[in-house]
Ligand binder design. Structure first.
Ligand code: BG6
Length: 486
């Protein structure tokens, strides 16, 4: 193949919310920072009948709104010149032929790397992958061809497997980029640096020093206008199978031999393989499920809905590093604040040394806050000044973005897709293994043996039962709103 001098990103679902809210603002910011590869074009495809100018005009408004102060008309004019539109229906083969002609015209017959970003309704993912193949658009003899698939990737193991098989009829795994936007968050990547770019954490990062791990993704928002989607999905599909499991894998993985897509993902997958399979009564005891009060009255929600808006779950990772260290995972809508945090709780000091101490001092804790502000906090004991040997908990804070604002997750992911780095995208085995863990829990939680459905008030930390459940293990949730402030 001759040298590639051009890059084209084709966005299917160009008139959708994701495109205007996330994808175009991220591409515009990459342009502002001079990070778009040379000669990049963006081509939107949707059924709406825009021409180039019409789409640019609409995007100018939405981008100005979502980008805020960074937006300037001058740079928008430069950026908009890269933006084109080609009307088309995913179901119409002739529209893909028209797209092919348009792309060839725009690229002027030069070799070009292309990324096809499928941001349509999930029911159309397989069809988009197939139509691209049928129109010869996956042929990579004149430049790389990659396909980016938005989430959700299936709704259970069999739909995910079917989607993978449909994609493989046309595409090779190394061309497929499955999005989980949590992997594009800076602090998630920083976790790898924290763990593998330092020597002080690694010796402690195992069952000898760590008592347990908590991963909480709390959202203040409720279901609102997404009731129709949400009621069929629920928190296990919407947050656990993808985002929370990604956080768990990065917390628990071994150091990869190299920082590349294969090595990183090989290590992540091993974590999911080591997750202990639940059996029998485990399903009722492994977690707590709940709905916020008023959920069943939301628009689009079944008044008798059994869909969880909160779940907590305990998983064990049966390998040398983690044997006996439970991972408590939890997420909920309508919680007291928005915070995503990974709490590494170390063992208690073994012995009461200082006189006057009635109980063991609190254990050391490392709180890794993924959002809203990004950073880490280390909790440790220190002496109360000018008192006898009395102890108090102290903390060291590190704010990740001091000195500049952090990029949106999509910025990083789009840049990586354009450059051909798949490290921060989910591989097929990863997605399927995640469903293999979630499916039996979902099935059990829909059966007569399901644990009771609890309810909770919006604005707290979920149901009372969630706190009682972890207390039975002699532990407590770290129910603290952001510890690091932006
Ligand atoms: C999405 C879920 O994948 O992630 C939403 O569908 C959820 O329900 C969102 O609100 C959370 O993302 P973030 O980046 O706001 O934490």
């Amino acid at each position: 193949m001759n040298a590639v001098g051009a890059h084209t990103m084709v966005i299917f679902g160009a008139s959708g919310d994701l495109t205007s809210r996330k994808l175009i603002p991220a591409l515009y910011r990459l342009h502002l920072r001079g990070r778009l590869p040379e000669n990049t074009r963006i081509v939107g495809v949707a059924r709406s009948k825009f021409d180039d100018e019409g789409w640019r005009k609409q995007l100018a408004e939405t981008t100005a709104k979502f980008v805020g102060d960074e937006f300037s008309s001058e740079s928008w004019i430069q950026f908009a010149a890269k933006v084109h539109y080609s009307p088309g229906d995913i179901k119409a083969a002739e529209d893909f032929q028209a797209l092919r002609t348009r792309l060839e015209q725009l690229e002027g017959g030069a070799n070009a790397d292309r990324v096809y970003y499928v941001a349509t309704m999930p029911q159309l993912y397989a069809e988009a992958a197939a139509q691209l193949g049928a129109a010869g658009l996956a042929d990579d003899s004149h430049g790389a061809r990659r396909i980016v698939i938005e989430k959700p990737f299936g709704t259970d193991l069999s739909t995910a497997q079917n989607l993978n098989s449909s994609i493989y009829r046309v595409w090779r795994e190394d061309q497929v980029y499955r999005i989980d936007h949590y992997l594009g968050k800076e602090t998630v990547q920083n976790m790898m640096v924290l763990r593998f770019g330092n020597t002080i954490f690694e010796p402690l990062w195992n069952r000898n020093y760590i008592d347990h791990v908590q991963i909480t993704v709390a959202e203040e928002v409720i279901v609102g206008r997404r009731g129709d989607y949400y009621d069929k999905s629920g928190i296990l599909r919407d947050m656990f199978q993808n985002h929370i499991f990604q956080l768990m894998m990065i917390t628990a993985m071994e150091a990869p031999v190299k920082y590349d897509a294969t090595s990183v993902r090989d290590e992540k997958v091993k974590v999911l393989r080591a997750v202990r399979k639940l059996q029998g009564s485990d399903f009722a005891e492994c977690g707590v499920r709940a709905q916020y009060e008023g959920y069943r009255a939301e628009e689009g929600v079944d008044p008798a809905s059994e869909t969880e808006t909160f779940a907590a779950m305990k998983l064990h990772i049966d390998n040398w590093r983690w044997k006996g260290v439970p991972f408590y995972l939890r997420s909920g809508k309508g919680m007291s604040c928005r915070t995503t945090q990974i709490v590494i709780e170390f063992h208690h000091p073994p012995h009461l040394l200082f006189s006057g101490q009635k109980s063991l001092p609190q254990a050391n804790r490392l709180v890794i806050q993924i959002q809203p502000a990004e950073g880490i906090q280390m909790h440790f004991q220190s002496k109360v000044p000018d008192q006898e040997m009395q102890l108090r908990q102290s903390s060291l804070d590190f704010r990740f973005d001091s000195g500049g604002s952090l990029p949106d997750a999509y910025q990083r992911l789009l840049q990586d897709a354009l450059e051909g780095d798949a490290s921060l995208f989910a591989r097929s085995d990863e997605v399927e293994l995640a469903w293999q863990i979630i499916d039996p829990i979902l099935a059990a939680w829909r059966s007569p043996a399901a644990p009771p459905m609890n309810s909770y008030q919006v604005g707290g930390w979920g149901p009372e039962a969630g706190s009682e459940w972890i207390q039975k293990d002699g532990r407590q949730w770290f129910d603290v709103c952001p510890v690091i402030h932006g």
